[in-house]
Design a protein around this ligand. Structure first.
Ligand code: FCB
Length: 484
């Protein structure tokens, strides 16, 4: 095996560390990720039903630039173009999500054949290009019909999701073996139903906790349906993790860190992998809810055997419980601590680390720590980083985007993954967020996360320097392994 130490992709450290591309095992999944509402467009095409995001973006003031996903980056009409980008980077995996209202316009019952046809064609194109599809079933675009009936705070929504998962698997399961049930239930429940920064924009803390539970019931029903249909299928849930540090040793700060860590990192993971919610978080939530929505047998249902824990990682939090802590970490433009129900008066403190265009602190070592902690606390499940990336204000100049900050971010986080592998973490994949610039929720088109730059006027795509670098790394990593 020969390794060219001079290529940027190899990234050999001055300290004599092994070249980055050689630090990953064979069979490692190298991917990029997107989600349906953020890229597809074609929101009223071929019988797609309406989603809560269609409704939300139409309300003035919800999205900073007043934009919407009606066109997004037109992925619905551009399977060939998107798959060509994935292929050109040499990726062997691609994570995308299914639009539930495209497949079941009313949220349950009737299946829309045209919706299935689109995803089927996408899966075929990926397989043809040698790329393994990783399918997310829920990335936040709930059918509006189900929100009209009460949304995630109502149990029926979870039951409908189980049906949707079974229908999606029936259509695609012959070719799709990697299934992520729910993406970031924290965001769907608490940004959607507590702070109201995401669709459906409700500000009902008690209902948001019921929503969180029903998202987990939905996960359980979907994972169960998929395994019943195909015991060989790999099931997973996508959770967003952050190391949470106390701003000081003062008891109020230490307790703030416990509370945020509990809701953010332990609540969903303990439910999925241990079949229980953490006692301390239940105590905190007890201030606003009586948990009457938890039914006998729910925790067993949620605790389905999982093959992979999907880890979305962007940043770290430092928190204070003292009055006057400045709220600065921003999940969305109107960020507030109401995204953590029953955790009033938590302040998010900046520590002076460099930040991305989202105001998120850049902390790659936190990814290594997160992966190690997850492996320690939940042994027996494989891990995959299914989202990691950064927004920066890119400039397209003569067809080039010199995004050195994003390149550094991705390189340092890939290296953090290699460090975790060195320490025994069973990490099987890394997916950059995102394949291409897209609709960043309440931030509209003002935040660019892509490895590929998209001219939002024309839809034209251009590889950024980070995308070229990532492609070089992946091709090198894969050819090293194939040469062995
Ligand atoms: C994650 C979401 C993804 C994208 C990134 C930046 O929380 O899953 O859709 O918005 O953040």
């Amino acid at each position: 095996m020969t390794i060219d130490n001079d290529t940027a992709a190899n990234g050999a450290g001055d300290d004599g560390s092994a070249p980055l591309a050689s630090r990953f095992p064979s069979g490692f999944s190298w991917g990029a990720a997107t989600s349906s509402y953020q890229v597809e467009g074609a929101t009223s095409t071929d019988g797609r039903g309406s989603s809560i995001w269609d409704t939300f973006v139409a309300e003035p003031g919800r999205v900073v630039d007043g934009s919407n996903g009606d066109t997004a980056i037109d992925s619905y009409r551009n399977i060939e173009g998107d798959v060509a980008l994935v292929k050109e980077m040499g990726l062997n995996a691609y994570r995308f999500s299914l639009s539930w209202p495209r497949i079941m316009p009313e949220g349950g019952g009737r299946v829309n054949a045209a919706g299935i046809a689109y995803y089927s064609a996408l899966v075929d194109a990926l397989l043809e290009a040698g790329v393994t599809p990783w399918v997310t079933l829920y990335h936040w675009d709930l059918p509006q019909a189900l929100e009209n009936a009460g949304g995630w705070p109502k149990r029926d929504t979870a039951e409908r999701f189980g049906e949707f998962a079974a229908a999606a698997h029936e259509a695609l399961g012959d070719r799709v073996k990697h299934w992520i049930t729910v993406n970031e239930p924290w965001c769907a429940a608490f940004l959607g139903y507590s702070s109201g920064e995401h669709a459906p924009g409700r500000r009902e803390p008690a209902a948001s906790i019921a929503a969180a539970h029903h998202l987990m019931v939905a996960h359980g029903l979907a994972a169960q349906a998929i395994k019943e249909a195909d015991p060989e299928a790999k099931t997973s849930i996508g959770l967003n993790f952050y190391p949470v540090y106390a701003a000081s040793d003062a008891p109020v700060d230490v307790d703030a860190a416990r509370r945020i860590d509990g809701v953010q990192n332990r609540f969903f993971t303990d439910a999925a992998l241990k079949g229980r919610y953490p006692e301390d978080v239940l105590d905190d939530f007890g201030a606003v809810t009586d948990f009457s929505f938890i039914e006998v047998g729910d925790m067993e249902l949620i605790n389905q055997p999982l093959d992979i824990l999907s880890v979305n990682f962007y940043s770290q939090f430092t928190v204070t419980g003292a009055d006057g802590g400045s709220v600065s970490a921003s999940a969305a433009p109107t960020d507030s601590d109401s995204a953590w129900p029953a955790n009033d008066h938590v302040g998010f403190v900046t520590t002076g680390l460099p930040q991305t265009d989202m105001g998120w602190e850049i902390a790659p070592a936190g990814l290594t720590d997160t992966l190690k902690r997850l492996h320690d606390n939940y042994p027996g499940v494989k891990l995959a980083v299914t989202e990691n990336g950064a927004a920066f204000p890119d400039k397209l100049l003569d067809g080039q985007v010199a995004d050195s900050e994003r390149l550094d971010y991705v390189r340092d986080h890939v290296a953090a993954c290699a460090d975790a592998i060195d320490e025994g973490v069973p990490l099987i994949g890394y997916f950059a967020w995102s394949l291409a610039d897209n609709f960043e929720w309440a931030w509209g088109y003002t935040k660019r996360f892509g490895l590929v730059y998209v001219d939002f006027e024309t839809g034209r795509r251009y590889f950024k320097d980070s995308g070229k670098w990532y492609g070089d790394l992946v091709r090198q990593a894969r050819s090293n392994r194939e040469a062995e």
